[in-house]
Design a protein around this ligand. Structure first.
Ligand code: PBG
Length: 336
């Protein structure tokens, strides 16, 4: 028997951690398949799948395989998917006209997906970078500056074309000023009163987007360019609150913070300040880091991934857009 040393702690928090039953009872946050959004990179063609080298385990899928993926996600209880088209180089232009082509890849993918799995929530990306020859999210002037109001005009057309194709949620990820209000007005005028807007309100000019730009093929177009004149400075926090306030005022139904793990302080502030549906995007670079470490045997992939996603819930996120969505839903099911 250990000898009493003359001192008892006033409180013993370890009592509650001693056994699984009491750990379970006091657990504050739980990750569920309901929280997850599965992103997919969509390719032209049929029966095509292409691995993304910087995102091991992620594949670009043609529309028919996207529909199979949607069935698998639905069976696991994943409520929504976010589509990112991989635009063939010949469809890119300075004016990004392919963005609002009713027969464009994104629009066809939405129609096919809603047809195949009607209950799956379909989220589309509203931004011009997959469609511009220079890889910027908007139209540029002769100096290369991304023009705000001219870009918003194109974003409106893109968002309306997604709604017409049957998208449940349009998600402007471009960071132009005033685009949420403009898109909301155009949706209302077009009779799309049920189309939800998920605003990427606090989207940072992050270096963690690298693998995504490889996946959609915009990295080469962007070259040495950057997005500092419209995406937010990673050093800022109050600015994120101002952006969210504007987007909610302009008619956003949900707001997104992006990236995820390095920005959980922003998630918490936004959730506390506004109490609006608050989503977070665990971006491509976060995925790549976890995968790379796991592949080297340096981290336990399953444990670290579930810890990262649970941390996002704890920070206040209502839902998480993550390349791990399907895998996480499988693991949650197995452990539940
Ligand atoms: C572009 C867009 C980006 C991502 C989603 N939409 C990249 C960018 O802003 O350059 C990145 C997502 C990720 O890294 O997973 N509109």
């Amino acid at each position: 028997m250990p000898q009493y040393n003359g001192y008892f702690p006033l409180s013993r928090p370890r009592r509650m951690r001693r056994d699984a039953f009491s750990r379970r009872l006091m657990r504050e946050h739980r990750l569920s398949a309901d929280d997850l959004i599965q992103p997919v990179f969509v390719l032209e063609g049929r029966g095509r799948r292409e691995p993304v080298p910087s995102m091991p385990g992620v594949e670009r899928l043609s529309v028919d395989l996207l529909c199979r993926e949607a069935e698998a996600c639905a069976a696991l209880g994943v409520p929504a998917m976010a589509l990112f088209p991989v635009t063939p180089p010949e469809a890119k232009s300075d004016d990004a006209a392919e963005a609002y082509n009713p027969e464009g890849l994104a629009q066809r993918a939405v129609r096919a997906l809603k047809d195949a799995v009607p209950d799956m929530g379909v989220i589309t990306d509203v931004a011009l970078d997959p469609f511009t020859t220079h890889g910027q999210d908007g139209l540029i002037d002769e100096t290369g500056y991304v023009m705000n109001d001219e870009t918003v005009e194109v974003l409106i057309q893109q968002a309306v074309s997604h709604a017409e194709a049957g998208a449940d949620v349009v998600a402007p990820s471009d960071m132009m000023d005033g685009r949420i209000g403009a898109i909301r007005e155009a949706l209302e005028e077009g009779g799309h009163i049920h189309t939800r807007i998920l605003a990427y309100s606090a989207k940072y000019a992050s270096s963690y987007y690298g693998p995504f730009r490889d996946a959609v093929g915009s990295a080469a177009n962007l070259g040495a360019g950057n997005k500092y004149t419209y995406q937010m400075d990673p050093a800022n926090s109050d600015e994120a609150l101002r952006e969210v306030a504007l987007d909610l005022e302009e008619g956003a139904d949900m707001v997104m913070i992006k990236p995820g793990m390095p920005y959980l302080d922003i998630v918490r502030r936004i959730k506390d300040e506004f109490g609006a549906p608050t989503f977070v995007y665990q971006v491509s670079g976060e995925y790549a880091m976890l995968k790379a470490a796991a592949q080297n045997g340096w981290l336990d992939e399953r444990a670290c991934m579930l810890e990262a996603l649970t941390s996002m819930k704890r920070a206040g996120a209502d839902a998480i857009l993550t390349y791990f969505a399907r895998q996480a839903a499988e693991w949650i099911k197995d452990s539940g």
